[in-house]
Design a binder for this molecule. Structure first.
Ligand code: SIN
Length: 379
């Protein structure tokens, strides 16, 4: 009795152009590539995709099929997710990598660094791979999407996908979202667009996307910038040719192993300066303020920020707690102990970007350049 892998290798050695090996129930993996990725089928006429699974509601399970809250996120593995949508194998060969299986609030910066390294190594650097899909909880999905958009530096699509209903719910959205994500990842028109979030028939730029509703399925939007495209009958349709978001730079984190701590503090009436000093004394290496309106804080808090910048040399980014809009940059002066404006980046994206910049040991002028879109460095 020959194993299916042996059959495949024999067919390849004999020079068959398109050996097709279907998934075997007894042993789910029929092909292992040179990077050690295990594929559940290898049909050489189809594009290859790697799915990196991290957990979240898309892998969530509940004892009730009507529960859309109070379930366990990150309960099901990648093979179970794929079993729910075998149609994925009609359009692609899929390798699954289980990075973690947690709710997305438990996704750490070291998990992010690991995913970015793996996508750069086993997808970007492998000409046989079409693209990457990352399955993720929706609560912090935009942070991971922004991180991968900044740190995966190749033309191949990186699609981040989640679900708002657990896999056990009636009309769970995960299987169709996963199929749509793979459809975008293998589509040539999706190249050179950075990372994208694909959910609920919409394709949205990872640079701009945010979660807009805590409960509903149509939650991921870029209010001002709009969608890049849509999917109709599982076929991606892009509204525009590829473009790069204004101010976006690419960061090479090959030598980065850890992201320094960056804390977010929100501005509100009667805000105490203690929160700022406490963040600093607890080890934050950078601070992001979710300011009120276009980045305002109380007069007292503004003085405390100047003190922290001057006395501790800690960069502070001034963003906004409002859903959309800009904290505008009136010009950066390294001698002036003012916070750096976030531009259009919300506090969560600002935190991720500041973490990357601090990991690369960028100075304050370079950090300001990255936030106002005039960064001259790439890498
Ligand atoms: C999570 O973010 O892990 C839970 C919520 C979700 O995925 O929708």
């Amino acid at each position: 009795m020959f194993s299916s892998t042996a059959v495949l290798l024999t067919l390849m050695a004999l020079g068959y152009a398109s050996p097709i090996v279907y998934r075997q129930e007894a042993s789910p993996f029929v092909f292992t590539n040179s990077n050690g990725l295990n594929f559940t089928q290898m049909n050489t006429t189809l594009p290859n995709v790697t799915i990196f699974a991290t957990g979240g509601t898309i892998a969530g399970s509940s004892s009730s099929n009507t529960a859309t809250t109070g379930y366990t996120a990150g309960a099901l593995g990648i093979l179970t997710l794929l079993d729910a949508v075998p149609e994925v194998l009609n359009i692609s060969n899929v390798a699954g990598v289980q990075i973690s299986n947690v709710g997305s609030p438990d996704v750490t910066s070291s998990i992010l660094v690991q995913i970015a390294h793996q996508i750069n190594n086993v997808v970007c650097n492998d000409p046989t791979m079409a693209g990457a899909v990352v399955t993720h909880g929706t609560d912090t999905l935009e942070e991971t999407a922004f991180f991968l958009d900044a740190t995966v530096n190749c033309e191949k699509p990186v699609i981040i996908v989640g679900a708002m209903r657990p896999a056990t719910a009636i009309s769970a959205d995960g299987p169709f979202n996963l199929l749509e994500a793979v459809s975008v990842a293998i589509n040539p028109a999706a190249r050179n667009r950075g990372a994208m979030v694909v959910m609920n028939d919409r394709i949205v730029s990872a640079y701009y996307v945010t979660k807009t509703n805590a409960n509903t399925m149509d939650t991921f939007k870029a209010y001002e910038q709009g969608n890049l495209g849509t999917l109709i009958s599982n076929t991606p349709y892009f509204f525009y040719p590829p473009v790069t978001p204004t101010g976006k730079a690419a960061y090479d984190i090959r030598n980065v192993t850890a992201i320094p701590r960056v804390d977010i503090l929100m501005s509100y009436q009667d805000m105490s300066n203690d929160t700022l000093y406490s963040a600093v004394s607890s080890g934050a290496k950078g601070i992001v303020i979710a300011g009120s309106g276009a980045g305002s804080t109380s007069s007292n808090f503004s003085l405390a920020m100047q003190d922290v910048i001057t006395m501790h040399g800690i960069p502070i980014i001034d963003s906004t707690r409002v859903m959309s809009g800009e904290v505008s940059n009136s010009g950066f002066d390294p001698e002036d102990p003012s916070p750096i404006s976030s531009g259009f980046l919300n506090p969560y994206k600002s935190r991720v970007l500041l973490g990357i910049l601090l990991a690369q040991m960028r100075n304050v002028t370079e950090i300001a350049g990255a936030f106002n879109g005039s960064a001259t460095f790439v890498g």
